[in-house]
Design a protein around this ligand. Structure first.
Ligand SMILES: NC(=O)c1ccc[n+]([C@@H]2O[C@H](COP(=O)([O-])OP(=O)(O)OC[C@H]3O[C@@H](n4cnc5c(N)ncnc54)[C@H](O)[C@@H]3O)[C@@H](O)[C@H]2O)c1
Length: 318
């Protein structure tokens, strides 16, 4: 019998890539997803795989599955700013009720538990780069508060289940990640720049573009998460690429790779937009032997190919 992993949010961008890795490593996977921001396109290639099962379910409601479970990986949550602005209550519910249900399920099964947290727990950081020991600078009532506070709550709940019930929990703080299968209209910087370049529209950069982000290619991130899942760490671990880019640099790189003639135009900065973001990955390096390996230009090229293919499919209505 293969060991079974429950992946909530498994039809999303990251959940589907993690599923592929788990299947490749010899696990069986149950995906639980209500498709609120995910898509069956991300898991269509798994149809007919005997080690894979999809269950359409809102994990803010009671979770039940027969039989043993090795691990619960809780990835369900709207993740892009566009999504959590549109779905603020669902975001708070899946971070709070959903995390509680997923932890309760892990406890009942004696399964290990890993939660996808985020660099957003650091808010607009006053410490740079951000180590896990930094407590953050978050506006709880601002437009981003629904996501940031949901994730901060879910970290607190996860540690409570570890301390009170002895559940073997792990917390990954994911920094901006990109790669194939990101939604074309996801609203985050890289998909925006790619869509605009590939459709020859103006490339919109918020503010003067000097705000920084650190972008990690998806295969690197998944490798860090897989290592963390198998570790005996319980404290949060940052996984991300410390290489810092300004958004203007990223827009220029994407414009060049796409070969478009699109111009870069500037728009006002959104409220509470973090000015800097860079992971301190000392802990991941020391404890997991992990660091990013994929060259970012190569990652951008792979992502661009995937976007180009999907835009073509949309054009022919497939
Ligand atoms: N992509 C990133 O750069 C990034 C950065 C930091 C943290 N994260 C975290 O990683 C996780 C996955 O993010 P993603 O980029 O793959 O987003 P995504 O939107 O592609 O995937 C999220 C999945 O969760 C599902 N979902 C949402 N609410 C649900 C509910 N109540 N019940 C069942 N399923 C539900 C969605 O349908 C979707 O398939 C999220 O928890 C997100 O907060 C992502």
């Amino acid at each position: 019998m293969k060991q079974r992993v429950l992946v909530t949010g498994g039809a999303g961008f990251l959940g589907s890539h993690l599923t592929d890795r788990l299947l490749a490593e010899g696990f069986s996977v149950v995906c639980m997803d209500n498709l609120i921001t995910g898509s069956t396109d991300n898991i269509a290639h798994l149809a007919g795989n005997r080690d894979y099962q999809f269950i359409h379910h809102d994990v803010s409601e009671f979770i039940y599955l027969d039989g043993p479970v090795y691990a619960v990986v809780h990835f369900a949550s709207p993740a892009s700013p566009l999504d959590y602005h549109e779905l603020p209550i669902q975001t708070l519910k899946v971070g709070s009720l959903g995390t509680h249900k997923a932890l309760g399920f892990a406890k009942a099964k004696g399964a290990r538990f890993l939660i996808a947290s985020t660099s957003e727990v650091y808010g607009d950081p006053l410490v740079h780069p951000q180590p896990e020991s930094y407590w953050g600078n978050v506006n709880p009532v601002g437009p981003r508060g629904v996501y940031d506070e949901a994730k901060r709550f879910s970290e607190a709940m996860t540690m409570a289940y570890h301390r009170v019930h002895g559940v073997d929990t792990k917390i990954v703080r994911i920094f901006n990640t990109f790669g194939p299968r990101m939604r074309l209209n996801d609203g985050r910087a890289i998909p925006n720049f790619m869509m605009q370049s590939l459709t020859d529209k103006p490339i919109t950069v918020f503010g003067d573009g000097s705000q920084t982000r650190s972008f990690c290619f998806v295969s690197d991130l998944i490798d860090g998460i897989f290592r963390l899942l198998q570790s005996d760490l319980h404290d949060p671990v940052n996984i991300g690429n410390p290489l810092e880019w300004t958004l203007l640099q990223m827009a220029e790189a994407i414009r060049e790779i796409s070969g478009t003639g699109s111009q870069i135009v500037h728009k006002p900065l959104p409220v509470d937009d973090p000015k800097v973001r860079q992971p301190d990955i000392t802990r991941a390096k020391a404890e997991l032997g992990w660091e990013p390996r994929v060259d970012l230009n190569e990652g951008l090229r792979q992502t661009m190919e995937d976007f180009r293919r999907r835009i073509e499919l949309e054009k022919v209505g497939a």
